[in-house]
Design a protein around this ligand. Structure first.
Ligand code: ADP
Ligand code: MG
Length: 469
């Protein structure tokens, strides 16, 4: 029989464990992996801890279970077991099942927000991520319109001409985030009674199951009675004739009753092969908006936002380096950041530029990230030798065409071949600010793609630099 333990609450015990851990692991590890854990309760045999997500659980369990057990034993003097639970998508619902329950993941679940009586519930379908909100969605030129349209339908569901709203764009660009942001907004404001979010393959599987159980009427009745349908990745409907048929009737019924429908797809719906013409023409009657890959500033802002949400302390120059090397997919960008955190914890080192380079190397694998021995002075020297300019002219204010081109090209190379931040590069060029450097890089990239002469020149200069790499 354990004595004495009940004299302390689980939170006191956990807070002592944290003290123990803090003295023994690097600050970065502590902040990333231990601080976000909360204690929930304690029994004679077990301490229940809550972790933010499955990834987190896997990581903590595989890397820190020894030290955690040691901490708990030292603090309590007993051999208690640690049991984890994960935070579900809504604040007021705590998962009671251990995270190890893999079956939870793929199954559509019924998530009812119990404090909100009968209104504003995600009734059926896949649970939504409470972090996918409009305020967590960073706006840039590439996604401005899509965000504005999504906010409009979230504010006046079924009452704008944006019905259906179709968001389309490449993978990892934020379609699901925006779609779920509509759902979160609706739930938080109780705007309609019954919102359903689900992916199109879940819809298809559900439909097939309903046929097998002879319940396709129930299926159809269920969806015709929702107030808002958020359907993700409708490209999965390609070639699935009877699912499309079923969806077409549900669509019409919802549409006629002014219920909001929001859909996402990876291509312009007009280019979706294998979708019935009559469905496509329904989509045309609403609003189709695309999401483009974000520019550098937006990518930086997205990573900063992520770091802020997850309370991660990541230096600005590291964020800038990640954002400038991973361009086309935000999921990959986030993946790189997670990998960086993982490395830092595993190797017990701080997150800095050299670790970032290693991680990037693994992901993108290019000598540009590894061999950055070329100095900015050397770049300037090569530019001066090949253009009719002096150093004073490059760092000065002159705007003559050749001087401007030489300066912008030098900045572009500095960006490509050194690890200097945009800000530092600007400093080397007469104290210009970082947006001037961004502009220079864009200018060079554009001209490179447009002019054969210019691209030859850049390649030649690159080969001169390459000898020193
Ligand atoms: P898609 O559905 O288009 O494939 P997701 O919506 O799943 O992409 O986005 C991938 C990841 O990128 C998500 O974690 C999402 O939160 C994040 N993301 C995408 N765009 C933004 C943005 N503008 N601001 C913040 N996070 C974003
Ligand atoms: Mg998606």
């Amino acid at each position: 029989m354990i004595q004495g333990k009940n004299d302390f609450s689980h939170s006191e015990i956990w807070s002592d464990c944290l003290k123990y851990l803090k003295e023994r692991v690097p600050a970065q590890t502590f902040n990333t992996w231990f601080e976000p854990i909360q204690s929930l309760s304690i029994t004679e045999k077990e301490l229940f801890l809550q972790v933010p997500n499955k990834f987190f659980y896997d990581w903590v369990d595989s890397h820190y279970s020894d030290i955690l057990n040691k901490a708990l034993e030292t603090v309590t003097g007993f051999n208690l077991k640690i049991k984890y639970t994960i935070l579900l998508s809504q604040d007021n619902i705590k998962a009671t099942a251990p995270v190890i329950d893999e079956s939870e993941k793929s199954k559509p679940v019924v998530t009812v927000k119990s404090s909100v009586k009968k209104t504003g519930v995600i009734e059926k379908g896949t649970k939504i991520n409470k972090n996918y909100t409009f305020s967590n969605f960073v706006e840039g030129k590439s996604n401005q319109f899509a965000k504005a349209a999504a906010m409009a339908v979230a504010n006046s569901p079924g009452r704008t001409s944006f019905n259906p709203l179709v968001l389309y764009g490449g993978t990892g660009l934020g379609k699901t985030h925006l779609l779920q942001a509509v759902g979160n907004e609706i739930i938080n404001n109780n705007r309609v009674n019954k919102v359903v979010y689900l992916s199109s393959d879940t819809f298809t599987l559900d439909f097939i199951a309903s046929i097998q159980k002879n319940k396709s009427t129930d299926f159809s009745t269920y969806y015709r009675n929702v107030d808002m349908l958020l359907l993700d990745d409708i490209q999965f409907f390609q070639g699935k004739e009877s699912t499309q048929e079923q969806f077409f009737h549900i669509f019409n019924s919802l549409y006629q009753h002014h219920k909001q429908i929001v859909l996402t797809t990876d291509k312009n719906p007009m280019e979706l092969k294998g979708l019935q013409e009559r469905l496509l023409s329904r989509f045309k009657s609403g609003l189709n908006v695309d999401i483009q890959p974000p520019d550098l500033e937006t990518r930086i802002a997205i990573l900063q936002k992520k770091a802020e949400i997850d309370k991660l302390d990541i230096p600005y120059d590291v964020i800038e380096m990640l954002a400038s090397k991973i361009k086309s997919n935000i999921r990959e960008l986030e993946g790189a950041m997670i990998r960086l955190l993982a490395y830092s914890s595993l190797l017990r080192v701080d997150i800095n530029l050299s670790l970032t380079k290693k991680v990037l190397n693994e992901i993108v694998g290019s000598k540009n990230y590894a061999n950055t021995t070329v100095s900015i002075e050397h770049i300037q020297e090569i530019i001066i030798n090949n253009y009719n300019v002096t150093l004073d002219m490059i760092v000065g204010k002159g705007r003559k065409k050749e001087v401007a081109e030489a300066r912008m090209t030098a900045m572009y190379f500095a960006r490509q071949f050194t690890t200097l931040s945009l800000k530092s590069i600007g400093l080397y060029f007469g104290g210009r600010d970082h947006s001037t450097v961004v502009h220079a890089c864009k200018w060079v990239e554009k001209k490179y793609s447009e002019s054969a002469d210019f691209s030859r020149k850049i390649n030649f200069l690159k080969s001169e630099l390459d000898e020193d790499l």
